[in-house]
Design a protein. Structure first.
Length: 636
RNA sequence: GGCAGGGUAGCUCAGCCGGUUAGAGCGCUGGUCUCAUAAGCCGGAGGUCGGGGAUUCGAGUUCCCCCCCUGCUACCA
């Protein structure tokens, strides 16, 4: 087989443990990899972890660990989960791997030598005490630091730059020449419009921290480490041996590079630009998927509603969970996880329509023919049904190749519906009574053949379950049987069906404790986050009287307020409350203000404080004293 | 503010170049078979197709205006 496929997931940043989003990306990628293997492609499937950068360095230090120790731990968690999920990766790359670092340096040299990298100066407003650069628009009153309010100065820091600006036209050409280079379409348009606005050269090295890949020796500039994104993106080729033993570079260019929608820009703009600079071909598809919400709400650690993929898989079955994620959501869209939806899918799609179908033919063949099934008359009696089934299967495959996993599964289930319908329409039990055994046997055999074909094409999603179905039908799923039953559309050889217990037992009720699987952890965190009274009083709260309120032009949410806090002059506070309060209604009313907040610049206006307010689904309410208090009264 | 994509049955959505009674799945509901995991199958109810205007013999489908949602982007104070 000459055809090759290369599937990648992003390498996951080790600042967080695996959650459902990681699992989703990885499972889609795994499904695609398994699909290409099934079709006989020489397939390489890559995943791994991204371990460099300032954030990791800091996280490690705060835990009293070295960055490497810390990265080892989290990286290990990812790998362990994927192993437990039986993810069929061919390589698990870590950006701390020696080969990776060598490959990155090699790539840097190549880009440097081709003139795409130059040393320059990053010039900006620098706050010495915060050790941070700010852009013009972040600054307060022209030159004050938005974090600490101190004066900033203009400082130049050395940096190497990548001439991204040179690639603007080439990128646009790629987008327009290759229709499916970025999926889904909607996301592609966003990328194009971003590029059309103009690309700036990219600062690709840092001198402010250490935890990263050093520049190549010949450049001899040890202060610099590479910016994490350059380092990270190159993993897709260093994993194939780029810059080292390049025998696996035969897999390049990638067939599908899966990413979450948040990191699409890096993959659809920077990454192809780097590749062009390296003189390498561009990936066939960059595919961005959406997020998972939980019962309609965004998942977040603070809400404690993060779905732990392992707990779900343990409770409901790994392959059921895989089916659910791929079936429930159109690719690219956000999806909602709820136990109800998952249970519905399992009971309705899997138990009733798939599992039960197998049981139906086990039952009939047992009663009518001592479990013997023969395809010999199937074409004579049921050509029409089989033709229709094959149409659905072909469509299913097309959808899968376009990453439309939900439509792919929908089409397969249409084939199952044909099988279920046929049984009621042709009523084999009636045919048996009438003595038309041949017809009855043919109907049972047709259904067996439909099950065989569907289980093969479903195999990438549910590897083990479909293999069990295949076994009862006396074959094994492989490239050979894919070719025989799908490509060549042959029928099953005569066989004796093997009786097995139901594949998908019904789920009677929720198997995970509400409200969330990780609730215990959250409670612990809350305890950890208790503060002392002294800490509380670090926040100075005061009662203020609103002297003046005006709408901020061109802003949906902002009102500009002048608030008397009993100080020499009133404060200017910009608050996002326009949707809930009109400017007039606020005049001369009192509010509770955080008085010692660092000033911030919001839409070009300095805001010297924050109003306290409570917000829920109904809207937002300002916190106010019950009776009028003197401006500047303290709250506590 | 700019750009893009949306607003169609209770829910999730499909409806291509304008053309007979607007579709699917889920949910709800009535019926029915018995091979099967009380599964399957058949039928039914349910829609001012965001609002208004225009073009047309005819518009969910084209054009204009407005409202609302989502995403990207911006700060032009």
């Amino acid at each position: 087989m000459n055809q090759k496929a290369y599937i990648t997931t992003p390498i996951y940043y080790v600042n967080d443990v695996p959650h459902i989003g990681h699992a989703y990306t990885t499972i889609i990628a795994d499904t695609m990899a398994r699909y290409y293997r099934l079709k006989g492609y020489d397939t390489f499937f890559l995943t791994g972890t991204d371990e460099h950068g300032q954030k990791i360095e800091e996280a490690a230090i705060s835990r009293g660990r070295t960055p490497k120790e810390y990265a080892d731990e989290i990286s290990g968690k990812f790998k362990a989960l994927w192993d437990e999920f039986e993810i069929s990766y061919d390589k698990f790359i870590r950006t701390t791997d020696q080969e990776h670092k060598i490959g990155v340096q090699k790539a840097f040299s190549t880009m440097f030598n081709s003139g795409d990298i130059y040393k320059g100066e990053y010039e900006g407003h620098y706050c010495v005490s915060c050790e941070t650069f700010f852009t013009d628009t972040q600054l307060i009153d022209e030159n004050l630091c938005p974090d600490c309010g101190k004066e900033t100065r203009i400082v130049k820091e050395e940096s190497y730059f990548f001439k991204l600006s040179n690639y603007q036209e080439k990128l646009l050409k790629w987008y327009s020449d290759d229709e499916k280079c970025v999926l889904p379409k909607g996301k592609k348009s966003e990328v194009i419009s971003f590029v059309k606005q103009g690309l700036r050269d990219l600062s690709i090295t840092r001198t402010s921290f250490d935890w990263g890949v050093k520049l190549p020796d010949e450049i001899n500039d040890p202060k610099h480490v590479m910016y994490v994104w350059l380092d990270a993106l190159l993993n897709y080729i260093t994993a194939l041996g780029y810059g080292n033993d390049e025998k696996n570079m035969k897999y390049w260019p990638a067939t599908i590079q899966l990413v979450g929608k948040d990191i699409l820009r890096f993959h659809a703009i920077y990454w192809p630009a780097f590749l062009m600079s390296l003189g390498l071909p561009l990936p066939k598809h960059i595919a961005a998927h959406g997020w998972w919400t939980r019962n309609g709400e965004k998942m977040s650690k603070s809400k404690g509603n993060v779905v732990n993929p392992k707990e779900v898989a343990d409770a409901y079955g790994l392959e059921n969970f895989r089916y659910f994620m791929l079936r429930e959501v159109p690719f690219g869209q956000d999806g909602d996880f709820s136990q109800k939806a998952l249970i519905d899918r399992i009971n309705s799609d899997l138990s009733n329509e798939l599992g039960n179908l197998l049981n139906r033919i086990i039952g009939m063949s047992g009663k009518y023919s001592d479990f013997n099934i023969s395809s010999k008359d199937v074409f004579d009696y049921h050509k029409k049904e089989l033709t229709s089934v094959m149409e659905h299967i072909r469509l299913a495959e097309t959808n899968l190749q376009d990453m439309q996993t939900n439509r792919y599964l929908e089409e397969l289930w249409k084939a199952l519906t044909i099988a279920n319908q046929s049984i009621t329409v042709y009523e084999p039990w009636v045919k048996m009574k009438e003595g038309d055994k041949e017809f009855a046997f043919a109907t049972v055999a047709m259904v067996a053949n439909i099950l065989a074909k569907v289980s093969i094409v479903l195999h990438p999603v549910m590897p083990k379950t479909t293999q069990k179905i295949a076994k009862t039908l006396n074959f094994e799923i492989s490239y050979d049987t894919y070719k025989k039953f799908i490509e060549d559309d042959s029928l099953l050889d005569d066989f004796k069906i093997e009786k097995i217990p139901p594949l998908f037992p019904k789920v009677e009720g929720e198997l995970l404790n509400s409200p969330t699987p990780s609730v215990k952890e959250e409670i612990k965190k809350e305890e950890d986050s208790l503060i002392t009274i002294d800490q509380f009083f670090q926040t100075k709260l005061k009662i203020g009287t609103i002297l003046d309120a005006t709408e901020v032009p061109k802003s949906k949410k902002l009102l500009k307020l002048r608030v008397d806090l009993g100080e020499e002059k009133p404060r200017q506070i910009v608050a996002g409350i326009k949707e809930f309060y009109s400017a007039e209604s606020l005049l001369n009313t009192q509010v509770c203000v955080v008085a010692n907040l660092k000033p911030a610049k919001i839409m070009g206006l300095v805001s010297e404080g924050m109003l306290l307010a409570a917000k829920d689904k109904e809207g937002l309410s300002l916190l106010r004293p019950q009776d009028s208090k003197k401006s500047g009264s303290s709250v506590g």
